[in-house]
Design a protein around this ligand. Structure first.
Ligand SMILES: [Ca+2]
Ligand SMILES: [Ca+2]
Ligand SMILES: [Ca+2]
Length: 114
């Protein structure tokens, strides 16, 4: 199904159980699919990721430090997501990255994951 590291990590973050860390299962897809039409569209995905960002930003300064991001990103992923290289991941940088993941996962290019 979805092979995105960041997406998987966000689920881990929100659910924090070993079993859920292994794979994205159907119930997790259902949590993303808010209107229950059987597909996850861009806005549903973005809503989910925005709340994941908010949960990660413990200091509430609008950006993720390396420590805050450590639960979902390794050093390499952090560097790839921190587009301007200032050592902080802003919400914009985070969403740019995860929406790129969405486009990659959306092989059919119809704007939904199903
Ligand atoms: Ca939907
Ligand atoms: Ca922060
Ligand atoms: Ca940055």
């Amino acid at each position: 199904m979805i092979k995105s590291t960041v997406l998987l990590a966000a689920f881990v973050l929100l659910d924090a159980t070993a079993a859920q860390a292994q794979a994205i299962n159907q119930s997790q897809m259902d949590r993303l699919d808010r209107d229950r039409n059987g597909a996850v569209d861009r806005s549903e995905y973005q809503t989910f990721m925005t709340s994941a960002f908010t949960n990660l930003d413990k200091s509430k300064d609008g950006a993720l430090s390396r420590d805050e991001a450590a639960r979902i990103l390794n050093a390499q992923q952090f560097a790839a997501t921190d587009a301007d290289g200032d050592g902080r991941i802003t919400q914009e940088e985070f969403l740019n990255r995860v929406m790129a993941d969405f486009r990659e996962a959306d092989r059919s290019g119809d704007g939904t994951l199903r």
